[in-house]
Design a protein around this ligand. Structure first.
Ligand code: PBG
Length: 326
């Protein structure tokens, strides 16, 4: 009878032994917590498709941020839902816009206790629901760049740390970097949604942020989920344009791209575990088909194991609590 020469089970004999050889770690410090703030809202509204996620009125934002800080989560990602939408998306770059107000209010109360990141996009702000400006019947890339740059500047004026363009317009990082630098905001960093895919995992977000396209889809600007080399070219382009942190989005179905980006580049890599990933877990947990805590942690550990340095996730608060318990 021949015995195995290598016994990997030797290092799985006890909790302490397993801890000793654990390769990947996860902590609340890895998380960026999304926050939805809606203009003219009186009371919090639950997001139907995303259990435990709410849209907040401006007056509740600081209370929410305080909870996030207390959970030792280092960063938030702000998304705004404006009252007025128009073709130019002008409420997005209004210095008195909902996102700008939220940024300055948080900055004033919490100083440097939290990294304030904000989404830079147009779809919540345009009457068309598209991420760029429509000219004729097309989304005009270069006109959209001017608007995206204006949004970034107005957020910078309000005191944002990091702008996070998610419009998938070509040249968005270069346009925003130049505009920020020209206005003296050389310290405002850019975390681009570099490889943002045309994904079916975003539908609950559209419920959360009211940004579904009114016609057509996002196929002319977001990366097809069939194309890995194209995704890597998007990342490469953002690095050339001066991005500070690249992002791959969604996360769970795109772990190959997270791993490849990590191997190929030295830049910090973030992964966005999107609304659909969250909704699936929540729904299955509520039905009793999976254990919410175990499956949440497994997913987040896997995203870290693939190579993400940080994760934008709707699980940020619940997972931080789970990690404190375990
Ligand atoms: C819009 C935007 C979307 C998400 C983040 N920013 C939706 C979209 O592109 O349709 C999705 C995030 C999520 O699903 O959690 N620019």
């Amino acid at each position: 009878m021949s015995f195995p020469t290598r016994r990997l089970r030797r290092l799985r004999t006890s909790d302490k032994m397993r801890e000793l050889v654990q390769e990947t770690t996860l902590s609340s410090k890895d998380f960026i917590c999304p926050v939805f703030v809606q203009e003219d809202l009186k009371e919090r509204i639950k997001v139907e498709s995303m259990s435990e996620i709410e849209r907040l009125p401006l007056r509740d934002v600081n209370e929410e941020v305080e909870k996030i800080i207390n959970l030792e989560i280092p960063a938030i990602m702000l998304f705004g839902i404006p009252t007025a939408k128009d073709e130019a998306g002008s409420s997005a770059f209004d210095d008195n816009g909902i996102v700008q107000k939220a940024i300055s209010q948080i900055r004033e109360k919490f100083g440097d206790k939290i990294v304030i990141m904000a989404d830079v996009c147009l779809c919540q702000f345009t009457s068309t629901g598209h991420c760029g400006i429509i000219q004729g019947n097309k989304i005009d890339n270069d006109t959209s760049l001017e608007t995206l740059a204006k949004i970034a500047i107005s957020q910078a004026k309000a005191g944002v740390d990091t702008v996070s363009p998610s419009a998938m317009m070509d040249g968005q990082v270069a346009a925003i970097r130049k505009a920020l630098d020209d206005s003296g905001f050389t310290d405002v960093s850019i975390m681009s949604h570099s490889a943002k895919h045309r994904s079916n995992f975003y539908s609950p977000f559209r419920d959360a942020a009211e940004c579904a396209p009114k016609f057509g889809d996002r196929k002319t600007y977001q990366v097809p989920y069939t194309n890995a080399r194209e995704a890597i070219m998007e990342i490469e382009t953002d690095i050339e344009e001066g991005v500070d942190i690249v992002m791959i989005k969604p996360a769970l179905a795109y772990l190959d791209l997270i791993a490849e980006t990590r191997r190929k580049y030295s830049i910090p890599v973030s992964a966005y575990s999107v609304s659909g990933e969250y909704a699936l877990v929540k729904a299955a947990s509520q039905l009793g088909y999976v254990n919410e805590k175990d499956i949440t942690l497994e997913i987040l550990y896997s995203i870290k194991r693939a190579g993400a340095d940080m994760i934008v996730t709707y699980f940020a608060k619940s997972a931080s609590k789970f990690l404190q318990e375990s």
